[in-house]
Design a protein around this ligand. Structure first.
Ligand code: ATP
Ligand code: MG
Ligand code: FE
Length: 359
């Protein structure tokens, strides 16, 4: 089946087209993955502005759909199913995608699958044609501007458990905020990565928030990054008050090290606790060179295999949403009814929303 996926949970308008497997054992085929980002419009605010993102989706959707269809070499009439992100994400941004998906499904008279954005990030992995098929169970670490989630995936379409998430800032958000403190432009992740090249990661020992698994937290593997951000701000203030120059490269490298240390440490602790020798990485922060290097090195020492999909599938995109729907369709799952809306806090355990009762 030909599946068209729509993703509008944050600042990327993503349209992806996937040819779902026709028989068991085959792979889904990625035909096109179009992304229009409103990132530039948010740059002067230092972060994503929800209203700006929603309006940008409205303008970008129609041309993005046309481009995705053309690049896939298909026509809209050939589409067998529509898939859309129902949540979690920015409410207004999600609403634009959900509205468009319902209109498209109704006008084409085709089934609609409303799915979870975070589970979509995991589904991105199955589109990586160069990797062997995903095995279960696997631990997944999703890190982006809006999310920091550690998941135990026993089955992509039926069993995803939340092991931990951030209790304050997302990891990407921490990069963006610390970049701002250092006077670097938005988005801060790539800027800090660049600035850190000449820095010493051991120059400053910044705090590692919630660095150990805790039974007192809401989830054993919750994360916290706002204390780290405050510690960086304090450290710089003290330097400036003393009339000393701020060693930007050392601050960037030391901050990055603290984030990477906690992310990788907890992900591997979760692998050990659950006896799972597989770790899947996803989300835009995976672009961070140091995060990938440390994850690969420490995982190897721990006997854990790491999977990192290509970056174009790690950042928000429509193909991962189409892929998740293709999996559901492959299992014969019923589509969603039209009685669903955007759910900005959709829990990761809800993989598909408003599924019809199977007949
Ligand atoms: P969502 O949270 O819904 O997935 P998002 O748009 O916030 O969406 P992405 O587009 O996946 O997230 O990722 C953007 C984030 O990734 C930004 O916070 C950015 O600073 C961060 N980022 C990008 N490159 C790097 C890097 N090299 N190192 C660290 N962070 C990075
Ligand atoms: Mg983004
Ligand atoms: Fe995302």
């Amino acid at each position: 089946p030909l599946v068209l996926g729509i993703e509008t949970s944050c600042d990327e308008t993503g349209i992806g087209i996937v040819r779902g497997r026709s028989r068991p054992g085959e792979r889904h085929v990625l035909l096109s993955n179009t992304i229009a980002s409103s990132m530039d419009e948010h740059a002067r605010y230092g972060g994503v502005v929800p209203e700006v993102a929603a309006r940008a989706h409205l303008e970008a959707l129609q041309p993005a759909i046309e481009r995705a269809v053309a690049e896939a070499g298909v026509t809209l009439a050939e589409v067998d199913a529509v898939a859309v992100t129902s949540g979690p994400g920015l409410a207004g941004a999600l609403m634009v995608g959900v509205g468009a998906a319902k209109a498209l499904a109704v006008s084409l008279d085709k089934p609609l699958y409303a799915v979870n954005h975070l589970v979509g990030h995991i589904a991105a992995d199955i589109l990586d044609a160069d990797a062997p098929p995903l095995e279960y169970p696997t631990v997944a670490l999703l890190v982006s501007g809006g999310h920091t989630s550690l998941l135990l995936v026993r089955d992509l379409t039926s069993d995803v458990e939340l092991l931990g998430e951030t209790v304050d800032d997302a990891a990407g958000e921490a990069f963006d905020k610390v970049a701002r403190i250092l006077g670097l432009p938005y988005p801060g992740g790539p800027e800090i990565d660049r600035a850190a090249v000449d820095g010493d990661p051991t120059a400053i020992r910044f705090p590692r928030g919630l660095s150990r698994a805790s039974d007192r937290a809401a989830h054993r593997y919750d994360f916290s990054f706002s204390g780290l951000k405050t510690a960086v701000a304090r450290w710089i203030e003290q330097r400036e008050a003393a009339g000393e120059p701020v060693p930007v490269a050392d601050v960037a490298a030391s901050f990055r090290e603290a984030v990477v240390d906690v992310l990788v440490g907890k992900a591997l602790d979760a692998c050990a606790q659950h006896g799972v020798p597989r770790l899947l990485l996803g989300g835009g922060v995976i672009a961070n060179r140091r995060l990938r290097d440390v994850a690969l090195a420490r995982a190897e020492a721990a006997g854990v295999t790491v999977r990192i999909p290509p970056l174009s599938l790690c950042t928000d995109n429509g193909a991962m949403i189409a892929a998740l729907a293709a999996e559901l369709i492959g299992e014969g799952r019923a589509p969603s009814t039209l009685e669903f809306g955007a759910d900005s806090t959709l829990p990761v355990t809800q993989i598909q929303v408003a599924a019809r009762d199977a007949v």
